[in-house]
Write a protein that binds this ligand. Sequence first.
Ligand code: BES
Ligand code: MN
Length: 459
Amino acid sequence: MQNVLTYLQENERRFVGELCDYLRFPSVSAQSHHRADVEAAARWLVEHCQSIGLQTRLCPTEGNPVVIARTPRGSSTHRRPHFVVYGHYDVQPAEPFALWKSPPFEPRIDGRSLFARGACDNKGQHFAHLKAVEAYLKTKTQLPCDLTFVIEGEEEVGSDHLAAFLRKNRAELRCAAIVISDTGIPDLKHPALTYALRGISALELKIHGPSRDLHSGIYGGSVDNPAMALCQLLAQLRDKNGRITIPGFYDDVVPLTKFERKQLARIPHNDAAFRKFLGIPRSFGERGHTSMEQRTARPTLEINGLTSGYQGEGSKTIIPSWASAKLTFRLVPNQTPRRIHKLVTRHLKRLCPASVRIGIEGGHGGEPYLVSPTGEQAQAALRALKSAFGCEPILLREGGSIPILTDFKKILAADALLLGLAMPDDNPHSPNEKFSLDAFAKGMRMGALLWQELAAVGR
Ligand code: BES
Ligand code: MN
């Protein structure tokens, strides 16, 4: 085992260089003009996995391809435990470009930080697992289990085609657990096992007014303004204390237990530092809940994008023909994206005034995820975290979503072990995304130690 860890240390510089190569692909799944880049990233990954010694293939889907990479299976008839490692090679859009200190797809290293879109979310994180396995294979150290990497290209747009892929490949992917590094840690002294994530329900709302933009002086006052109608609609969805006002929205919410509230309260939070870090004059959120609870275990509504009218230089006096908003709801157990979508759609249609027309397009969804952190595998993962990071790990609930988790559970009957490496200042989805090279190094160690711990308790 020591030679595996030594290999990881000795080759760290090369690994960082390779990760930079991977990060140069603008594999933005949300933007169709990047389709070729998404493909190219997948092909690069296939070649890279092959060079490590993994049996790799590129699997087409109705959407972006999935990369499957398997450790060489032994010839012995003795069945070893099998684990799937999941990650995603697609990234979020890099906009607004002007706010990046260096171009998002030209990786830059500054001290122990590697800046690029996708650095932490998620290329850097699953790359750490690939390198840990490379260390086993290149040092000819026997892996105590079989591994299959499933690296997809549509996570950032809701993983629409992955469930069908899992169903089709159910036999090959049957496993004892799914290991995923795509979550966060408060700092390097608090490695974490995340046992809950929020779900998500996304939609796009469009308010249609006159058939074309109109002169606002000639028609203003006699024709409703779609931008105003949209604002008035949106403003009715949440009260000033952060409570969502859609009837039935909270019906299925499972309240936090005393124990969980106590656990969440242990995670350090300083409101002044939080405000300064984010540049906000005041924190905001649902009354009666701490900031940590609001961010991880309570449902929310966010406007992700808002578009209408003239946005260029100077003024243009028009009544815009339309206005639109992209909305997402974060969900907690036992809310479901389908039920929430229904409630929201019904409510919006009711609220919409007759002077405009409303159009709602259902986006993607994902169910909330919650698993008990007391099982044998979770305990094994915690041991690996402890020895890799050299300190006591913690248990986390987090606010982000990984839509495919509940499908893994339904289709493969396996739970996920969420062992994230992202730091609070990594800026995922924001300008100047980065990955901590220290987290990368510790993540590779964790990846290497994990298989020993997991195989020992594995089914
Ligand atoms: N890595 C994140 C999920 C995440 C972020 C988990 C922070 C825990 C803490 C993932 O890549 C992601 O961003 N998912 C999207 C899913 C959505 C586009 C369907 C998300 O949460 O917005
Ligand atoms: Mn993401």
